[in-house]
Design a protein around this ligand. Structure first.
Ligand SMILES: *Cc1c(COP(=O)(O)O)cnc(C)c1O
Length: 455
């Protein structure tokens, strides 16, 4: 009986360049704007917050291929290439004619795809003479990756962790501290942004939006300190394209090409990472592959948000980004997929959604855990609650294939494992987990609070 089949790349076949989809997009994304002057931002503006190289990559609409630095490639090789797996056992359990493949980004010791961008971000900081890095983290995956990458390149790291995630996932804070990082729960009293948020709402349990505000404040008020972000931005998705570029070669080894590419969606980095290298063939040579981003129905920016200029953080410190958003002070329910509790979508993905090159699907929490349990029992890997959204979307499509008899080839990204998230599985198995629906009025009220720009 076939259980799984793995397609593995030689070290020498690991891609040496990332793919920048902005160079090939039919409609270029609108520019990020200065939060107060509303003027388009330059590389110089961005590099007050981010490393110079990441700032350049952020605004690079021109070069489709960007070299991966030697030092970063060397570090990639300690856990890459990651396996592409044909999930025979899952197919059998679903009795579907679809062929299901997944790219397994959970196999590195840090447990998620986030390390793919943490390494280059810290490398560029080090190269530019930066000594300290700061960031926010939701579920703790990005903070974990950044903490290790900072150590690799000899930087000191301070991480603002969303308070509710800190309580739900105490091990993540401990892992970050083990790597030598200073971890602070957000909102905290250590920044002006944090104090303002707590003053307005003393029981605020934190969101990625609050943590980003605090981290940016620290970066802009500390000499030689840069801010790093684990999702949403163009340069982060760029670094993640290593996933799809490897998968492209591995699908070739399998002798197939995906009809559908699916990933879960927080800010868009693992989605962009697996999707963009395939999407270039839709744009450049008329391939018809479908791209599906799976978001929680409690944080539905792709399916129910609006395309607007909005802030990336709660306090309004960040540039204004043209994106699908639920409004920057949208407070997502405390779902266990902490990495998907974010109000907005990245610039590139937002434009692609607007242009009909991809679509979003929103999934209730219980369905995601049902999918995660089936995947665990068939493939032997316990997926991160975030990744369960991709699995649930894949299962929906595989069931549709069963109804229609279509033998579609489905590729999804397994963005991380759930071994640090076992309390959430415990809650589900005990029958204590629930769904969260948000009424239209709540979304409307939040959207009405966004300043109107460029319309
Ligand atoms: C952070 C995270 C996500 C969501 O972020 P994206 O930028 O949308 O990829 C998804 N899965 C895991 C495991 C994560 O850690």
């Amino acid at each position: 009986m076939k259980q799984q089949k793995r397609f593995l790349l030689q070290e020498s076949d690991i891609p040496t360049q990332w793919y920048n989809i902005m160079a090939d997009m039919p409609t270029k994304p609108l520019p990020p704007l200065h939060p107060r002057t509303h003027k388009p931002l330059s590389v110089d503006d961005l590099s007050k917050i981010f490393s110079e190289e990441c700032s350049r990559q952020e605004l690079d609409y021109e070069h489709a291929w960007i070299d991966i630095p030697e030092e970063v490639l060397d570090m990639y090789k300690y856990y890459r290439a990651t396996p592409l797996v044909r999930a025979y056992a899952l197919e059998k359990a679903l009795d579907t004619p679809a062929h299901i493949y997944f790219k397994n980004e959970s196999v590195n010791p840090l447990g998620s795809h986030k390390i793919n961008s943490a390494l280059p971000q810290c490398y560029y900081c080090k190269k530019e003479g930066v000594t300290n890095v700061t960031t926010e983290t939701g579920a703790g995956q990005w903070g974990t990756a950044l903490s290790y990458a900072a150590k690799v390149f000899g930087l000191d790291a301070a991480v603002y962790q969303v308070k509710i995630s800190m309580q739900q996932k105490p091990y993540r804070s401990l892992i970050m501290r083990t790597f030598g990082t200073a971890v602070v729960g957000s909102p905290s009293m250590s920044t002006r942004a944090g104090k303002d948020i707590i003053t307005a709402d003393p029981t605020h349990h934190g969101s990625l939006g609050t943590a980003i505000s605090e981290a940016i404040e620290l970066a802009t008020t500390t000499p030689n300190c840069k801010y790093t972000l684990g999702s949403v931005l163009n340069h982060v998705a760029l670094h993640q394209t290593i996933i799809g570029l490897e998968a492209e070669k591995q699908m070739e080894m399998a002798g197939e090409y995906p009809d559908m590419v699916i990933a879960c969606f927080g800010g868009g980095s693992n989605f962009g990472g697996i999707a963009f290298p395939f999407m270039r063939h839709n744009i450049l040579s008329g391939r018809k592959t479908e791209y599906i981003a799976a978001e929680p129905n409690s944080c539905p920016k792709l399916t129910r948000g609006e395309f607007r200029y909005d802030f990336a953080d709660e306090a309004g410190y960040t540039p204004l980004l043209p994106m699908y958003t639920l409004g920057h002070d949208f407070k997502p329910a405390n779902i266990h997929a902490g990495g998907l509790r974010y109000h907005g979508a990245g610039i590139i993905v937002s434009q692609l959604l607007k242009d009909g090159l991809m679509r979003g699907v929103d999934i209730p929490q219980l369905e995601t855990f049902e999918a995660g349990i089936l995947f665990s029992r068939t493939e032997g890997i316990i997926p991160a609650p975030e990744s369960c959204h991709a699995i649930a979307a894949t299962i929906r499509e595989a069931k549709r294939c069963k109804e229609t008899g279509e033998k579609k080839v489905i590729l999804f990204n397994l963005s991380g494992h759930g071994l640090i998230d076992m309390p959430s599985y415990d809650t589900f198995i005990n029958g204590d987990l629930r769904n969260y629906d948000i009424p239209d009025e709540e979304i409307r009220q939040n959207l009405d609070k966004i300043p109107v720009i460029g319309r």
